[in-house]
Ligand binder design. Sequence first.
Ligand code: NAI
Ligand code: MG
Length: 495
Amino acid sequence: MANRERTNGQTPRDGARWDYSPAPEARNIVKIKPRYGLFINGEFVEPKSGQYFTTINPANEEVLAEVAYAGPEDVDRAVRAAREAYEKIWSKLPGKERAKYLFRIARIIQERSREFAVLESLDGGKPIRESRDVDIPLASAHFFYHAGWADKLEYAFHGRRPRPLGVAGQIIPWNFPLLMAAWKIAPALACGNTVVLKPAETTPLTALLLCEVFQQAELPPGVVNIITGDGQTGAWLVQHPDLDKIAFTGSTEVGKKIQKAVAGTRKRLTLELGGKAANVIFEDAAIDQAIEGIVNGIYFNQGHVCCAGSRLLVEESIYEVVVRKLKRRIELLRVGDPLDKNTDVGAINSLMQLRKIEHLVQVGVQEGAEIHQSSCPLPERGYWFRPTFFTRVSMAHTIAREEIFGPVLAVLTFRTPEEAAEIANNTRYGLSAGVWTNKGSKYLAFASRLKAGVVWCNTYNKFDPASPFGGYKESGFGREGGIHGLSAYVASGEW
Ligand code: NAI
Ligand code: MG
């Protein structure tokens, strides 16, 4: 409404963006320290490596803080702290006591949600609307959900005596930094395990703020240890001999390396890797709703989503209208300051990721696909990419096969459900898919043919801590969330 008032009750002309006044979230709500140590045994300590690295705001390239670089000695120190906490404290606590800590953590995240949201947007470039409405509430919900399970594990695993595995090494990516930390830590702790977690090098700050929450919640020292560093730090963690479990979310390439590194050891492994999801729109779908779902599936969060709907499969009879509406809709997306509450598409997370997106888009053009891009203005500093889609694409095109992990959609067409299922499954990945139709029976029949861990119907990117999430094929194995996610943190064979 406010928007209408500003434009004197007129709607903008077709294809024009709404003219909003800037509505920035207050940045000073969160205090960023100039330098962060490693969080080991309940306190921040200097790294034995003596090294630090910087993390920047990708929206303006400003340095936000220096962060400790964990070397092999630091990794060892963190694993020892986790082992001691496991043996002396955490594995001996009754489930209902563990639950109290998880509840407290969930509550404190809620209380400090604005700090977390601003920090997440500053460090990673995602719009505040996403971090405020999606990432942080879901992270808190994940701790609440698992607090509920901690004293009811016997009900989750009927007839078994669920036991913890021990110490888990967990490595997470930069696209949902706090949420991925919650997905990893909450089920591990609920089941009685202790943790050493390594956040991604471009987005360590919300995990470090979470350490303050652990202190506030008086979580016993050593139950969660957070070590910052790069891929090498991650590799040292994976190789540490005293871990019982590795959980990884990130690229398929690194997932394969990790699988090789743990082969033949006692370490249990779950991998959540890349995706190339198909979003399938049938002619009987509510097209405007579907367009919103498609936009939500690929452009929000800059396409930095492993389950992003990066291939759009359109039934041939509605192709023209879908492409026309999509062109108009991407023109209306507001790209810019992640801290502005009106921003739809924020900054690309890193220069490296921007270069990867630019390269793959260039390949798309070279291979003959037709490119459509928003004409929106882009800020001068920082890493940005215009909302983009390609038509005249076939599965032979690189852009229809490779994970781009940016705001880039490949549009393909189909004539029959059989053909749609064949194209959707013609990928080395299998994390997610979307189906748009007004017929429930059609959805059910079609979804059961898809080799994807999650299939959304008439919606996209919906998450709930009670729903298991995970992949087929090279998207990895193991599930996170729900009872399936819990089972990845309890010892098997204890019937
Ligand atoms: P990455 O897989 O290298 O990074 C993810 C995490 O793994 C980070 O914490 C990193 O430090 C760590 N890591 C890197 N090498 C490691 C190793 N050898 N051993 C243990 N840990 C290691 O992902 P990156 O390079 O940031 O992005 C590359 C591509 O991966 C993206 O363009 C995207 O296509 C995909 N990706 C997929 C994600 C997903 O959620 N499935 C998340 C992030 C990236
Ligand atoms: Mg950063």
